[in-house]
Design a protein around this ligand. Structure first.
Ligand code: AMP
Ligand code: MG
Length: 482
C-alpha cells in the first residue's frame, strides 16, 4: 500500500520572482509527536504502513515524498502598519496535493530551516508554538470556521534558541493555498503589470473560478475576497477569537484563518481585549478586527489599481466605492450572526438594541462570553448569581418577547442557538496547561483536550473543567513564538 500522495504543483511553475526553489534543511533526530488521522483520511493519505521512524523522516522533511517540489514563497506585508518585504523565512511549500475529489491542498512545512527570506531569523520553530497552532487551528475547523489545518508535528531533536533553549519542531500545515494579501503587495511593488496579471489569473483559477470569464476580473476578485473576509471575521467575532497579528501577510486570499501566533479566545467579554504582548496599542484587539479587515482589504485594492481600469483615477474611484461598502455589509452579516446566537428568526429593527444591550451588560458585569450564551441555552456553568440580577432579568423578558415572533418555538430557537454557540472553546489556561505537559514529554493531556474540542457544539460528559474560565485576575499574555 502506498501513502497516496498525488502532487500537482502549479505555484512552483510561476515565474522566478514568485519564489525560491529550496528544500527543507535536514534535522538531527526527528520524532513524531502527533499525526492527524482524520485529516489524513480527508486528504486520502494513508500512513498506516509506515513505522514512526519513517513518518518522522517524512514530516521533518528529511526525506521528501516523490512528486514534491519544494519552494519558499515570496511575499510582502504591512506589519503593524509598516510595509516590509517578507517571504517564507522558516517554511517551505513542498507541493500541492490533490485529494480523490480533486480538491487542491498546499502542503507546507513550518520551521523547516533558513531560506532566502529568513532575514535575521534562524528558520526554525519551537515545539510549544507549533502545537499551539495545531490545537487552535483544529479547534477552529471543528467550530466550522475556515482555517488552515495541521497534519503533523515532529520534534527535530535540535534546540532552538529564544529567550531560553527550546525543543525545535516542524508543523505540517495544510491550506487551500498560502497566497496572501502580502503576495499581491510583493508583486505589485515590482511594478510589472504582466506579473500582476499572472498572479490575478492564477488566484482566480484556483480560488474563484466562477469569475474566470467576468468582464472585470480584478474588480470581481476584490468583491469576492471582501465577501469571504467579512464572513471570516464575523465567524471570529461569533466565537470570541482574537487573531492577534492581522498583518496583511497573515490574511489569506482564499479566506481561511492563517498563521496562529499570539492568537487566543476571549473569556471575559471586553471588546478591547488584546492578548498579544507585542500589540501595545491594541491595533488587533477583538473589536478592531473588522476595522483591520477593511484596512487590509484597502491594501489589497491598492495592488489591483493597475488592473481595474487604464485610467488610474477611475480605478481608484471604483475601488474606493467597493471598499466603502464594507461597513454596511459587515454590519448586516454581524447582526444576522448575533440573531442566530440569540435564536431569533426574521428581522426586527430593534434587534440591534437587544443585542447591544446584552453585550453592554456582559461587559459591565465582566461575564464570560461563551458561557453567557451557554446560560441562554440552559447550560449553567459559572457565575450563576449574576443572571438573577434585575437588569439581566429585564433584558431576558425583552428577549423572550422577541423569541415569540415568526412562529418560533423553543425547539427551533434552541436548535439554531446550539448550532452557533460552542459549549467549549480552547481556553487559554487549558491551552497553556497541555502545552506545558507536552513540552515535558507528556502528550496525553494535549490529546485529551483535542478530543474535547472535537465536537464543540455537542453536549458531552465530564467537560466542565474545560468550560470554567480561570478565576484569577492575572492578565493572560501570548507571545509571537518566533
Ligand atoms: P509571522 O509573524 O509568523 O507571520 O512571521 C512574519 C515573517 O517573519 C514571515 O516572513 C516569517 O517567515 C518570518 N519569520 C518568523 N519567524 C522566523 C524565524 N525563526 N526565522 C526566519 N524567519 C522567520
Ligand atoms: Mg505570517
Amino acid at each position: 500500500m502506498t501513502i497516496g500522495w498525488c502532487f500537482d504543483n502549479t505555484y512552483s511553475k510561476l515565474p522566478d520572482p514568485f519564489k525560491e526553489e529550496i528544500g527543507p534543511v535536514p534535522v538531527k533526530d526527528p520524532k513524531l509527536i502527533i499525526l492527524n488521522k482524520d485529516l489524513s483520511k480527508e486528504l486520502n493519505l494513508d500512513f498506516s504502513n509506515l513505522d514512526d521512524k519513517k513518518i518522522s523522516e517524512l514530516f521533518s522533511g528529511n526525506s521528501l515524498p516523490q512528486g514534491s517540489n519544494s519552494i519558499a514563497q515570496a511575499y510582502a506585508g504591512h506589519q503593524f502598519g509598516h510595509f516590509t518585504m517578507l517571504g517564507d523565512g522558516r517554511a517551505v511549500l513542498i507541493g500541492e496535493h490533490l485529494s480523490k475529489k480533486n480538491d487542491r491542498y498546499d502542503i507546507q512545512f513550518k520551521g523547516s530551516g533558513k531560506t532566502a527570506f529568513s532575514r535575521n531569523g534562524d528558520g526554525r520553530a519551537a515545539l510549544g508554538p507549533m502545537l499551539r497552532e495545531y490545537i487552535i487551528s483544529e479547534a477552529m475547523h471543528n467550530l466550522g470556521i475556515p482555517t488552515t489545518r495541521s497534519l503533523a508535528v515532529v520534534k527535530t531533536g535540535e534546540d532552538v534558541i529564544r529567550e531560553t533553549a527550546l525543543h525545535g519542531a516542524i508543523l505540517t500545515r495544510v491550506a487551500l493555498s498560502h497566497i496572501r494579501v502580502g503576495t499581491f503587495q510583493y508583486i505589485a511593488a515590482r511594478e510589472k503589470k504582466d506579473e500582476l496579471e499572472i498572479l490575478l489569473d492564477y488566484v482566480i483559477k484556483r480560488h474563484y473560478p466562477n469569475i474566470q470569464n467576468s468582464k472585470n476580473k480584478s474588480l470581481d476578485l476584490l468583491k469576492a475576497v471582501m465577501e469571504r473576509q467579512i464572513d471570516l471575521v464575523v465567524d471570529w467575532m461569533r466565537v470570541g477569537f482574537i487573531h492577534g497579528v492581522m498583518n496583511t501577510d497573515n490574511m489569506s486570499i482564499s479566506g481561511e484563518t492563517i498563521d496562529y501566533g499570539p492568537c487566543a479566545f476571549m473569556d471575559t467579554y471586553d471588546p478591547k481585549t488584546v492578548f498579544s504582548s507585542i500589540d501595545q496599542m491594541g491595533r488587533y484587539a477583538y473589536c478592531n478586527q473588522p476595522v483591520i479587515t477593511k484596512w487590509n482589504l484597502s491594501r489589497f485594492a491598492e495592488c489591483l489599481i493597475p488592473l481595474i481600469d487604464k485610467d488610474q483615477k477611475k480605478s481608484i474611484t471604483i475601488a474606493t466605492e467597493i471598499i466603502n461598502s464594507f461597513e454596511k455589509k459587515y454590519e448586516e452579516k454581524w447582526l444576522n450572526m448575533m440573531r442566530d446566537k440569540l435564536g431569533l428568526f426574521g428581522v426586527d429593527e430593534k434587534d440591534k438594541y437587544l443585542i447591544l444591550d446584552l453585550l453592554t451588560w456582559m461587559h459591565q458585569e465582566k461575564m464570560d462570553y461563551t458561557n453567557t450564551f451557554c446560560h441562554l441555552m440552559n447550560f449553567e456553568i459559572a457565575n450563576k448569581e449574576n443572571f438573577k440580577k434585575d437588569d439581566f432579568e429585564n433584558w431576558k423578558k425583552r428577549w423572550q418577547e422577541r423569541l415569540k415572533v415568526n412562529n418560533n418555538t423553543p425547539e427551533k430557537y434552541l436548535k439554531l442557538m446550539r448550532s452557533v454557540n460552542p459549549l467549549v472553546i480552547p481556553r487559554n489556561h487549558k491551552v497553556e496547561e497541555v502545552l506545558n505537559e507536552a513540552n515535558n514529554g507528556n502528550i496525553e493531556p494535549f490529546n485529551n483536550f483535542l478530543e474535547v474540542l472535537n465536537k464543540p457544539y455537542l453536549e458531552k460528559k465530564d467537560i466542565i473543567n474545560y468550560q470554567i474560565p480561570l478565576s484569577s485576575n492575572e492578565k493572560y499574555q501570548t507571545f509571537c513564538g518566533t
